[in-house]
Design a protein around this ligand. Structure first.
Ligand code: TRP
Ligand code: SF4
Length: 519
């Protein structure tokens, strides 16, 4: 089991949403990452549940409807932009370390679906990463690159509307990676990825390259961008979101007085402001000192409360008054001046920030972005992500490239694909009688997964019928596998025929198929 498998959807899945009691959660892009309890991802890492967002998505993909795409970070802006016909982008990347298989197909489909919903689409080949982190030669990389791209095109990626590239030849990505590298240091990468003194410099460089990949769709103009990946890639997504904001010239926050406060402190200050009638001598001009006294009289002992009180006390007679604050993070004098001029209404200018009294937060964010763009800034929006479940291996356990019987390559001979499905483990009972009586365990069956993730395609009624018949005892594994194997064979035949048909499309696409690099 390799990180490559994990990312691309071949890992231990639990179609029941995570087995209770499972305790292993590891998010490691290059390790043998296992995610045996998806629920922990919500609690420990702050990944949000996709279901809660489903209704915001116009015509959701079947992988979304069936809960295969189970989590996301900040996907709403992408869904909304697509619904409103505004600019949005989708990007994902593939390390060309082997043949593309049915796990990669999930990601191909996700990119293509977003493209069909109107998003700008990007598919990239992470050849620098494969070379540095996996030690593949350029010759091997070229061969696999071709195979990934042919499958992506065969499944419906439109190369004229979208963009295909490889990391090694994308100068813009490499330049952006260099800039981003200035905002990340070794200790940080070390703590996120477990890098140490033995880690290759090029491996580290492949991380900043991936950060640049993720932000690349926003180089021309900032736009909501989704990165569909397996949950093992979440550390990359978090870092990219962080770097996106570190690259901003301006930060926008809310404040109540001249001092800076953390989000947690702000909550207390805001509460004190709301309660001003209760304590202020002049309620239209509550003083910081008065607010401090009032807060001190309230129950509560969190450290943010203490520090909020301190700050308010220090501000003394200063009036408490809500305002939108622009912080100067990376702007030069020109850009800062530009911002000051652009703020309308009452404003107060400080050394490193500007307070605006007549600007709502949202309008302020927009303004900050405009000024930033006018002064050659990036104004990146934090990238969003969606996460899909890993598929179970056909032999039970994990799906792994190193165990051919456990997965189905998109290049497998259709007959071999048929046989693999026929020999797959199932969630069936010992005997036909038991199956009729108790029903099968579709939730634990890799064959059922094949139907749900792939074979049933867009036909929800079909997927549901298989499920209901299985758990109801009306479906026996022999026939069920026969049907699945037949569908798999058809799928592979059809897919491979389409691969043939798109070879010209690939030749015409911008992407370079042969690397001039050596080693
Ligand atoms: N690191 C990814 C992998 O292991 C590949 C990758 C490179 C990628 N750049 C990306 C994935 C950008 C998503 C977005 O396969
Ligand atoms: Fe799996 Fe089909 Fe058997 Fe049910 S009937 S356990 S879905 S193989």
């Amino acid at each position: 089991m390799t990180g490559d498998d994990a990312r691309n959807g071949v890992e231990e899945p639990r179609t029941d949403g995570g087995a209770a009691g499972a305790d292993e959660v590891a998010l490691d892009p290059w390790g043998s990452s296992t995610v045996s309890d998806y629920r922990k991802l919500f609690e420990e890492f702050g990944i949000e549940e996709f279901d809660e967002l489903l209704e915001a998505v116009p015509e959701p993909h079947y992988l979304m409807r069936r809960g295969v795409i189970f989590g996301h970070r900040d996907y709403r802006p992408v869904a909304e932009a697509m619904a409103e016909g505004e600019p949005a982008a989708v990007l994902s990347g593939f390390m060309p370390t082997g043949d593309p298989h049915i796990g990669h197909k999930l990601v191909f489909d996700e990119i293509i679906w977003h493209q069909q919903q109107g998003a700008e689409a990007y598919g990239l080949i992470a050849d620098l990463e494969a070379h540095a982190a996996r030690g593949l030669s350029w010759e091997e990389i070229d061969e696999h690159t071709r195979n990934y791209l042919l499958s992506l095109l065969a499944l419906g990626f439109d190369p004229e509307e979208g963009e295909l590239y490889r990391q090694s030849t994308n100068r813009d990505v490499q330049d952006l990676a260099f800039e981003l590298g200035i905002e990340a240091n070794f200790s940080e990468l070390g703590s996120i990825y477990g890098f140490d003194g033995e880690t290759d410099v090029s491996h580290m460089q492949s991380v900043v390259t991936q950060m640049a990949d993720i932000l690349y769709p926003q180089l021309e103009e900032p736009k909501p961008t989704v990165i569909p990946v397996g949950p093992d890639q979440d550390p990359h997504v978090r870092l990219a979101r962080d770097l996106a904001s570190r690259m901003r010239m301006f930060g926008v926050t809310t404040a109540y007085a001249s001092f800076e406060a953390t989000e947690a402190e702000l909550e207390h200050v805001a509460a004190a402001y709301e309660a001003r009638e209760a304590y202020a001598e002049e309620p239209d001009q509550p003083r910081c000192g008065e607010a401090a006294e009032w807060l001190a009289s309230q129950d509560g002992d969190d450290p943010a409360l203490e520090s909020a009180i301190d700050k308010l006390e220090n501000a003394g007679m200063e009036p408490l008054r809500p305002r939108t604050r622009f912080l100067n993070r990376r702007a030069d004098e020109d850009a800062f001046e530009g911002l000051i001029e652009a703020v309308e209404g009452e404003k107060r200018v400080f050394e490193e920030h500007v307070d605006a009294f007549d600007l709502e937060r949202e309008a302020a964010e927009k303004l900050a972005r405009e000024v930033e763009l006018a002064h050659d800034g990036y104004a990146f929006l934090p990238p969003s992500s969606i996460y899909h479940r890993f598929m179970t291996g056909l032999t039970g356990g994990k799906m792994s490239s190193s165990i051919p019987a456990s997965h189905i390559s998109l290049l497998d001979d259709p007959e071999a694909g048929y046989e693999k499905v026929k020999s797959a483990t199932t969630g069936g009972r010992e005997t036909a009688e038991a199956q009729r009586e108790l029903g099968g365990k579709a939730d634990e069956c890799p064959v059922y997964e094949l139907y749900a993730y792939l074979l049933a395609g867009d036909d929800d009624a079909f997927a549901k019928r298989v499920y209901d018949e299985c758990v109801g005892g009306d479906r026996l594994c022999g026939d069920c596998k026969e049907q699945a194997a037949g569908l798999m064979k058809e799928f592979l035949e059809d897919h491979q025929e389409k691969r043939e048909e798109v070879t010209d499309l690939l030749e015409d696409a911008e992407i370079e198929l042969e690397s001039p690099r050596r080693g």
